[in-house]
Design a protein around this ligand. Structure first.
Ligand code: G3P
Length: 220
């Protein structure tokens, strides 16, 4: 499973790339707004220059024409850009148009297998089921991810699943277990994935024991 960062924060993206594990980024208007006063296009282009893999960014239009026009513009921003189109009826049509022009679409705000089915049929490169938001309303977000993965696999469709709206490390490992191609997560969750108290205790213990070895060597 590939790891993407769900953020528009340049420092966090730089760190993820330095770690050698982050291969893509997803953004949305809420994440961009957290970065304060920024030029949207310049910020996204900066992100695209830091990460070699796909960088998803969202259209704001709601009708087909506006979405398609926005997406065509956004697609020119960088080689690795992917346009996020919402899983609405208009979004399905916009996805079909964009896919026929070889513009990569991330079919986003997806909450059901039926939505995913239509997104894949329309030619979306990625489908993003929002796990956390489904869990928030008492549904099983990861079950939707699992169902979409199974469906795409059964019919050998090329669309890839991005497990999105990831809230904690447990979501990451469940996404990997059900075969999501990608998990996109907040920076904090990426940091949490590596943390374990027994690792910290182990490192500390090895250091202390090594100090003892060095101290004894000095006495020889
Ligand atoms: O990738 C989708 C994500 O940005 C939504 O996350 O936590 O707002 O549901 P959240």
């Amino acid at each position: 499973m590939k790891i993407f960062l769900d953020t528009a924060n340049i420092e966090h993206i730089r760190h993820g790339v330095r770690l050698g594990v982050v291969t893509g980024v997803t953004t949305n208007p809420s994440l961009v707004s957290r970065e304060g006063k920024v030029n949207y296009r310049k910020l996204v282009q900066k992100i695209c220059s830091i990460v070699s893999g796909p960088v998803s960014t969202e259209v704001l239009g709601q009708d087909v024409q506006t979405m398609v026009a926005e997406a065509r513009e956004i697609a020119k921003w960088a080689e690795n850009i992917v346009v996020k189109i919402p899983a609405s009826l208009e979004g399905v049509e916009a996805t079909s148009v964009l896919a026929s022009e070889n513009i990569k679409v991330n079919f986003t705000l997806c909450f059901t297998l039926n939505q995913a089915l239509l997104g894949a049929a329309a030619g979306a490169t990625f489908i993003s089921p929002f796990v956390g938001r489904l869990d928030d309303i008492g549904e099983d977000g990861m079950k939707v991810v699992a169902d979409i993965v199974e469906y795409l696999d059964y019919y050998q469709l090329p669309t890839q699943v991005i497990a999105a709206s990831i809230r904690h490390p447990q979501h990451c490992l469940m996404a990997a277990k059900v075969g999501a191609h990608i998990a996109t997560m907040p920076y904090e969750v990426l940091l949490q994935m590596i943390r374990h108290p027994l690792t910290d205790i182990g490192i500390e213990r090895f250091r202390d024991d090594w100090k003892k070895v060095m101290a004894r060597e000095k006495l020889l």
